[in-house]
Write a protein that binds this ligand. Structure first.
Ligand code: GDP
Ligand code: MG
Length: 314
């Protein structure tokens, strides 16, 4: 009986690039060609593009997976994770089909993944050596606000939470879970990685804005969706901070107004009652917010404790 070569003939690591793709016929051909130089297989996920994207991607050597209905950016990434696991990939790099990401930086993103230094690498504009070419100032500001809000709730120190240029180890492919269908997935993935103690590393890269079509979404709708997600997550994870801080401000305002009203007790009965009542309701609102924040914070801690004790999960 013949053997297949045994231990010495270890399988070469399989590295896959995954590209979400939606009406990118102008750029996808070049991107697939450039990306193919650095990986074993390029997979594009098409969500019913009405242009020639799928045909061009295939003609340039990519495998194209098609969704019958549009499942958004998040849906495309779920399909890519699923396929990468099915093919037993050792690493998955994801990048956009619109030419915004630098395909020649794929090796630097893969380096910490293949050496075991990181499970999740993010191509970053905001660390030394990285930049956003021709990046509009309002987008830069929006990303900074989203990142600051998210870092407050997830305790991550990532500087570029909105980069879609990312690489994942086999462990990250197995462990990461995400539900979002849209761009808010960018944050959900980072939060999940931090919660699961996966090693996350930022690698400098240049993200371009001088491409034919840099975005399918307006900055406002993109910013609103992602920031809402970050705020919701913050209020769930740190209710005491979100409710208690404004609550304390209102309580202090109410108290100050009350003292002021008491001092002016000699003025007319009308103004006394008006200001006094305002002081009382402002103060009560503050107290209610602080109490709600405290209750939610304790409920969250209790729930976590129960989950850890009963199911051994964290
Ligand atoms: N499969 C799929 N890809 C999408 C969808 N929306 C956007 N993309 C792709 O996802 C990548 C990022 O989208 P883009 O609009 O450039 O986002 P932005 O650069 O972050 O503003 C691009 O390659 C798009 O073609 C979608 O609904 N389905
Ligand atoms: Mg883009």
């Amino acid at each position: 009986m013949q053997t297949s070569g045994g231990e010495s003939e270890r399988r070469k690591p399989l590295v896959i690039a995954g590209m979400p793709m939606y009406n990118e016929e102008e750029t996808v051909g070049t991107v697939v060609t450039m990306v193919s130089r650095h990986v074993d297989l390029v997979i594009c996920v098409d969500d019913g593009s009405s242009d020639a994207s799928a045909r061009i991607a295939e003609a340039n050597g990519a495998v194209v997976l098609r969704h019958r209905v549009n499942r958004g950016y998040g849906g495309a990434l779920k399909t890519l994770f699923h396929k990468a696991k099915e093919l037993n990939a050792d690493a998955l790099v994801i990048l956009d089909s619109d030419g915004q990401h630098e395909a020649n930086d794929i090796p630097s993103l893969l380096e910490p993944i293949m050496s075991g230094e990181a499970d999740f690498a993010i191509g970053s504009r905001f660390i030394d050596g990285g930049m956003g070419t021709d990046m509009p100032a309002y987008r830069r500001l929006g990303i900074k606000v989203i990142t600051a809000t998210n870092n407050l709730s997830s305790n991550s120190k990532i500087k570029d939470t909105q980069s879609g240029f990312r690489a994942f180890s086999k462990l990250a492919l197995e462990r990461l879970r995400f539900d979002s269908e849209g761009m808010e997935l960018s944050l959900e993935m980072i939060d999940d990685a931090v919660e699961k103690d996966l090693k996350v590393k930022e690698i400098p890269t240049v993200i371009r804005y001088d491409v034919p079509k840099g975005s399918n979404y307006t900055a406002v709708s993109h910013g609103f969706t992602v920031l809402s997600w970050a705020l919701l997550s913050l209020s769930q994870k740190k209710p005491l901070l979100v409710l208690g801080l404004p609550g304390a401000g209102l309580l202090a305002t109410g108290a100050a107004m009350g003292v002021n009203t008491a001092q002016n007790v000699t003025t007319t009965l009308d103004s006394f009652l008006g200001a006094g009542l305002t002081a009382i309701w402002v103060g009560l609102l503050g107290l209610t917010l602080i109490t709600t924040g405290l209750v939610l914070q304790s409920a969250r801690s209790l729930l976590r404790l129960l989950i850890v004790k009963e199911f051994g999960l964290d």
